[in-house]
Ligand binder design. Structure first.
Ligand code: 5GP
Length: 127
């Protein structure tokens, strides 16, 4: 499956520092910043630094180091934002929209970390 990465997408511009963002975490593999239109008290987007379009693209094509680095960054963000289930936080939802049916708007892989309030059921019936 070929994946075409458009380096003019908004998150590529954020990674290059061309557009400001509200960074909550950054390392060699990932950048995490607050969503511009938050849908929960905690709404952070975690993106890999490499040019990957979707979750499956990343899972198929990224190096082992990139995959580990990205997943560790997501773990750190959950801890930093205080949403990990347990004594500290009360849980979160991780979402990665892909393609048309996934209603993906920005074509650079991102994982939404949502929390800070009860989030309801995962999907609502469309019919
Ligand atoms: P998705 O592609 O998963 O459907 O959604 C893209 C997300 O990126 C949306 O939640 C939207 O609010 C967020 N977003 C779009 N443009 C920007 C931007 O310039 N800055 C930030 N921080 N978030 C953005």
């Amino acid at each position: 499956m070929p994946y075409t990465y458009d380096d003019q997408n908004i998150f590529a511009k954020i990674l290059r520092g061309e557009i400001p963002n509200d960074t909550v975490y950054e390392d060699d593999y990932a950048l995490a910043f607050r969503d511009i239109q938050p849908q929960a008290p905690v709404h952070v987007l975690v993106i890999p630094k490499g040019p990957y379009v979707t979750y499956d693209h990343f899972a198929n094509a990224a190096t082992d180091a990139e995959i580990v680095g990205y997943m560790r960054a997501i773990g750190k963000v959950c801890t930093m934002m205080g949403v990990e289930p347990g004594e500290a936080g009360q849980g979160f939802r991780a979402i990665s929209n892909a393609g048309t049916h996934g209603v993906q708007e920005v074509f650079h892989l991102h994982t939404h970390i949502l929390g800070g309030r009860p989030l309801g059921r995962m999907l609502q019936r469309a019919d």
